[in-house]
Design a protein around this ligand. Structure first.
Ligand code: 6PG
Length: 243
């Protein structure tokens, strides 16, 4: 059974996501003393970050015990306009008091394979002695069915032994570094944030259509010991029938 919540609009979606983020964070800190979250790139998460940065909400999270990772990054320096790090820095990190050591940036400025290897080592160092297991992974959905930088019919889909890998999609003009499905599926909780009528068709395809994980890599996301929550807005839900 897929857990889907439909919010009336993008603002309500962001508020819902912020409330769930805070709940998961506090539960993790209470149970394990820390909270590890991999945030997403793209535009949809910006509204969530603004909600989390709001004064009445940011005080609800112990940022000293919170560690921010990224689900993926573009092969660019951290100050590049396309950098996912820069987007999260501007919309969230600059507004909260979080220790620099708690920010685990993917070094997109490095050669792709090296950037992936360095980030994978950082994950194993942070989660040692266990395998990496995020308390929360935030993901978006591309109109081609990608999530993070797991694009259809690309090499990253076959790197099943890795936790982080470099990837390139034909339509992209640059490399990406991404968590693999293995890393995402190890998470305790995954939240998909999907907003806008432009996502209505792909959402119906991936949630109600056939299982074609090479065509629609988002269908590879299925945490073995974790939960997936789909937080979507009314416009994105328009073509769904089984809800
Ligand atoms: C990225 C994201 C990517 C994004 C989807 C949806 O680096 O761009 O990881 O997977 O989540 O493309 O993007 P929007 O939220 O902008 O629609």
């Amino acid at each position: 059974m897929i857990d889907i919540t439909i919010a009336p609009d993008q603002q309500a979606l962001a508020q819902l996501a912020a409330e769930r983020f805070i709940r998961i964070a506090n539960q993790a800190i209470e149970q394990r003393g820390q909270f590890s979250a991999a945030v997403s790139g793209g535009s949809t998460p910006k509204a969530l970050h603004h909600q989390l940065a709001a004064s009445n909400r940011q005080i609800q999270i112990d940022w000293q015990a919170t560690h921010i990772f990224w689900g993926d990054e573009r092969g660019v320096p951290p100050d590049h306009p396309d950098s996912n790090y820069r987007m999260v820095q501007e919309t969230l990190l600059d507004q909260i008091k979080i220790p620099a050591d708690n920010i685990h940036r993917i070094q997109g400025e490095l050669p792709p394979e090296q950037a992936a290897a360095v980030y994978q080592s950082e994950l194993f160092h942070f989660f040692a002695p266990n395998n990496p297991r995020f308390d929360l992974v935030i993901l978006g959905l591309g109109t081609d069915g990608h999530t993070a930088s797991l694009f259809p019919h690309t090499s990253a889909l076959n790197k099943t032994a890795l936790w982080v890998t470099e990837n390139q999609a034909v339509q992209l003009d640059r490399w990406r570094i991404t968590l693999t499905a293995k890393a995402i599926n190890a998470a305790r909780q995954v939240i998909f944030l999907v907003s806008g009528e432009g996502k209505a068709e792909i959402l119906k395809t991936v949630l109600e259509g056939p299982h074609l994980p090479q065509d629609y890599p988002v269908q590879r996301i299925n945490p073995a010991n974790g939960k997936i929550f789909w937080l979507i807005d009314e416009k994105a839900s328009q073509q769904l029938r089984n809800i």
